[in-house]
Design a protein around this ligand. Structure first.
Ligand code: SF4
Length: 441
């Protein structure tokens, strides 16, 4: 039996794709192994979003390629966004690669098995329909949550973003296929379903004529069991008050608004192509906070966008200071080829980009610690993720914290099974993480 190992890189959407690659290979009598040394086929599911991610993907291919010295028949394959974006260049630059497969082409990997076929590069572009699979994905049994892709691609064409050129046109899955996969994940024991796509708020627009995210979530109401639904990547230009109301009024849905704003200055927002203004963003944030004091707002900002002046950055800084986001990340602008922003004049000096990044993250660190301080004494519901018997404690997340990007809750003196929902009392904090004890009252 052919053994395969998948090296996962990139975003949650890419993780889901890797689960499907594993599902397909297992359906074709291959066996998943937990270390690259054991494998006959090594797959790097790559990311091609920004320069640093591209470098990480190429380095992973080169590092894993070293194993071919000891095992000449080992097949080295790259899938995912870097393969989709740079197939011909990868073929030319990395002779160790036996296969280069685009985001919708991984099923051709099996043609490498037991054959000395010459190197394969297969990249489909311009997909207009979401590709559904007639086999199950392989989900990580150690995790209490699972990502669920509801669409692929994006039509927004923000000026700094290469994703539309990589993932293609926006294409939604049907409500039936998404709900069926949600049921599959719950049957696997998942306690949190996290909806992901490049732009979740546009869900259904292409196949139902208008965005239908609420209709999708209404279909989830028929699913039984105790679980959370979390929604990532809401676009501020398309988040409607009806959607906010539905999320806040539905106890299963985390009142967690993942709202990448990218900037707040109107000229920069326009140059980015974000289709939203400062006034509209502030109205949205005010509406969310007026509707519920029990909600979490996560956002991301890009600093150092071409032309960004000190005044425009100061405007962003003061905005973050005023809004006190529950969770915030930021990125230094990265000029991506084939994007409009990369052609813009007034590219900001890398040192200035870096100093603005550090200033903004330092501000957010202060806010996060003050917000943690303010939570001491409060009771909160937590989903347990891991137990640490040796330390007699366990770790979980509140509904205001997404996995892998946000903070955790460390519960001392308790060993509660992963996947349990428990009430805890906040007793302190350690950096970004909250400290708590089980609330037995
Ligand atoms: S919404 Fe903008 S930033 Fe997000 S994937 Fe689409 S083009 Fe890129």
């Amino acid at each position: 039996m052919t053994r395969f190992y998948i090296h996962k890189l990139g975003c949650p959407k890419n993780d889901v794709d890797a689960d499907y690659i594993a599902g397909y290979l297992i359906k074709n009598n291959c066996q998943s192994v937990s270390s690259p040394e054991e494998a006959d086929i090594l797959i790097v599911n790559s990311c091609g979003f920004i320069q640093s991610a591209k470098e990480e993907s190429v380095n992973s291919v080169l590092e894993l390629g070293q194993l071919k010295i000891k095992k000449p028949n080992l097949k080295l394959v790259i899938t995912g966004c870097l393969a989709q974006r740079y197939a011909e260049q990868l073929k030319k630059d990395i002779p160790e690669l036996d296969g280069i497969f685009g985001v919708d082409d991984f099923r051709k990997i099996t043609s490498l098995i037991g054959s000395d076929t010459d190197r394969i590069a297969a990249v489909k572009v311009n997909q207009t329909k979401y590709r559904e699979y007639d086999f199950d994905r392989v989900v990580d049994s150690d995790q209490v949550f699972a990502y669920l892709k509801i669409s692929d691609g994006c039509d927004n064409r923000c000026s700094y973003c290469a994703i539309p050129d990589i993932r293609g046109k926006f294409r939604s899955r049907t409500i039936e296929s998404v709900t069926e996969e949600a049921r599959f994940l719950l049957d696997q024991g998942k306690k949190e379903i996290i909806l992901v796509s490049q732009e979740t708020t546009a869900y259904g627009r292409d196949i139902y004529g208008k965005p239908e995210l609420i209709k999708l979530l209404e279909a989830f109401e028929k699913l039984t069991g105790d679980f959370w639904v979390r929604i990532m990547y809401l676009h501020p230009a398309r988040l409607q008050t009806a959607m906010i109301d539905y999320m806040i009024d539905n106890p299963r849905i985390c009142s967690y608004f993942d709202l990448p704003l990218q900037h707040i200055n109107n000229d920069i927002l326009r140059a980015m192509g974000r289709q939203v203004s400062r006034r509209e963003i502030e109205a949205l944030l005010n509406y969310i906070r007026e509707r519920s004091h029990e909600c979490g707002i996560r956002t991301n900002f890009i600093v150092g966008f071409p032309g960004e002046t000190d005044q425009q950055f100061d405007e962003l800084y003061r905005f973050v200071e005023k809004e006190r986001f529950d969770r915030m990340g930021s990125f230094e602008y990265s000029a991506e080829e084939s994007t409009r922003a990369a052609e813009m004049n007034n590219q900001v000096d890398p040192e200035i980009r870096q100093s603005r990044y550090h200033r903004l993250m330092e501000l957010q660190r202060e806010i996060a610690f003050e917000e943690n301080e303010a939570k001491i004494g409060r009771s909160m519901q937590v989903l347990i993720e891991t137990v640490l018997p040796a330390d007699n404690r366990c770790v979980g997340r509140t509904s205001f914290d997404a996995p892998e990007v946000d903070q955790g809750v460390i519960i001392k003196g308790a060993q509660i099974a992963p996947g349990s929902f428990v009430s805890v009392k906040i007793t302190g904090f350690d950096g970004y993480d909250l400290l708590a004890q089980e609330d037995l009252s």
